[in-house]
Structure formats: C-alpha cells, structure tokens
Design a protein. Structure first.
Length: 264
C-alpha cells in the first residue's frame, strides 16, 4: 500500500506540473477552462479507481454536511473582514477594492485548485496515512506538512515561517473537517472560498504598502485568528467525538471500521 501511495503522489505531481505548463501555453480562456475540466476529470477518476483506499463515500453530500459547508465558506470571509477592520482602525488601510474583471475565470480556476489539492492532500495523503497508521494526528501532521511545503515551494521557511505555519494549520483544520464531516465537499468549499477571496480582494495601504506583507503582524494575526479558532474548536469536537463513542472508543473514517481504537 505504501508503494501504491507513493505512485499516486508521483502521478499527481506529474499532473500538477503538466496542467501548469498547458495553462501557461494557451491564451484562450475557453481552452484554459477545457484544460481545467480535463485534468479535473482525470483527478476525480484517479481518486475513484487507483487510490490505495477508495474514497467514494467522501463524495456524498448529505443534509448534515450543509453546516460544514457554511463554516468552510465563511471562515476565509471572516479572515478578510478582520484584516480590513484591524488595518482600518490602525489607519493603515487607505483603500479596499474588489477586482471583478475576471470573476468567472477565478471561479473556474479556484474550483479546480480546490478540487485537485483536496483530493491530493486530504483524499489521498491524509486518508491513506490514516488507514495505514490508524493514527489521526500522524496522518494529519504529515499531510499538512506536505500541504504547507507545496504552497511555500521556492520560499525560505526561515523567512516565511508565519506563512508556512498558516498553511500547516489550514491543513490540520481541513483534516479535522474531513474526519468530522465524513465529506470532501466542505474541504473543497473552504479551499475555494479562501483562494477566491485572496485573488479578487486587494488592499491599498498607501505609504505603508512597502512595510505590510501577509506575514506582517498587522495582517497575519487577524487573518490567522479565525483559522486558529476553528482549529481549536474542531480539536475539541474531535476529542469529544472520540470520547463519546460507546464501547472501546472505536471510530471510523469514511465508514470503514478500523478494527481498533483510534490512537492519538
């Protein structure tokens, strides 16, 4: 199974690189959408056929998943609101704008990113490692570390530590959402909402522009607070779910019985 997991990871990396090359090569928006749909179909097909452990059950969207969807969509929105309020009251924010020139293109591209990265990081890495080790935090830690390194590729971890920690915590939150909701859709919704807002919303800090970056405390702390709050809440819910299980405390992920208590 470890070999199968490794081969799937290599295949996904190849698909990520190939899709990026093709998207940069074509200029037509229609062609780019077709490329995205093509690679999205391949990613879904891979997840349903050759993953080490089947994840078909995570594609279900039940009534009790809607609350998770709302939470996933609103968290990034709350982060942006807090950034705006904090910088406004500190007199850093001189202008706030929404770029609606390519909303449709951003919707398509960020849906693609949300789908493929969640199928890779949570559907493949986290779930496979969880099934192989039967340890939630081992699987969540490794998959979230890979997720943060993916987004920080080419940057210095020392110089961009807050950014890496942010993506790492987001990865942990998404692992918990998948574990508790038993659905991949809330993870995709969070990923899409976060990326879409980051691409269409812009801040103008005037003379402070060169001093403020995403890793500056004035931006990073309010941006990170809702995500950290969600992490602590989901951590509480995860332990509450674990301790409230009848009998030995066995828990399942994806409807598959682990056969032994979930060791943390």
């Amino acid at each position: 199974m470890y070999l199968k997991l490794f081969l799937n990871v290599v295949l996904y990396i190849f698909l990520f690189v190939l899709s990026s090359i093709l998207l940069s090569y074509f200029e037509s928006a229609i062609v780019k959408v077709l490329v995205l749909l093509f690679f999205l179909a391949i990613s879904v097909g891979i997840s349903l056929t050759i993953y080490p452990f089947p994840i078909q059950q995570f594609y279900q969207l039940k009534i009790n998943h809607w609350g998770w969807l709302v939470l996933a969509i609103l968290l990034p929105v709350l982060s942006v609101v807090l950034v705006c309020l904090n910088t406004y009251y500190q007199h850093y924010l001189s202008n706030f704008s929404f770029d609606g020139s390519n909303v449709l293109g951003e919707i398509f591209s960020q849906l693609y990113v949300g789908f493929t990265e969640e199928l890779f990081a949570r559907g493949l890495l986290f779930y496979s490692l969880f099934r192989l080790t039967n340890k939630f935090f081992v699987a969540a830690f490794i998959s979230s570390l890979v997720f943060s390194l993916m987004h920080g590729f080419g940057n210095s971890i020392v110089d961009q530590t807050p950014l890496f920690l942010s993506y790492f915590t987001i990865g942990l939150v998404l692992c918990m959402i998948l574990f508790l909701s038993q659905s991949i859709w809330p993870c995709i919704a969070f990923h899409f909402s976060h990326n879409f807002i980051m691409h269409v919303v812009s801040y103008d800090f005037g003379v402070y522009e060169k001093y403020l970056t995403l890793v500056s405390p004035e931006l990073f702390l309010p941006y990170f607070m809702p995500i950290l709050g969600a992490f602590l809440l989901l951590l509480f819910l995860r332990f509450k779910t674990f301790t409230s299980e009848p009998g030995s405390g066995d828990h399942t992920l994806g409807g598959d019985h682990m056969g032994s208590p979930l060791r943390t």
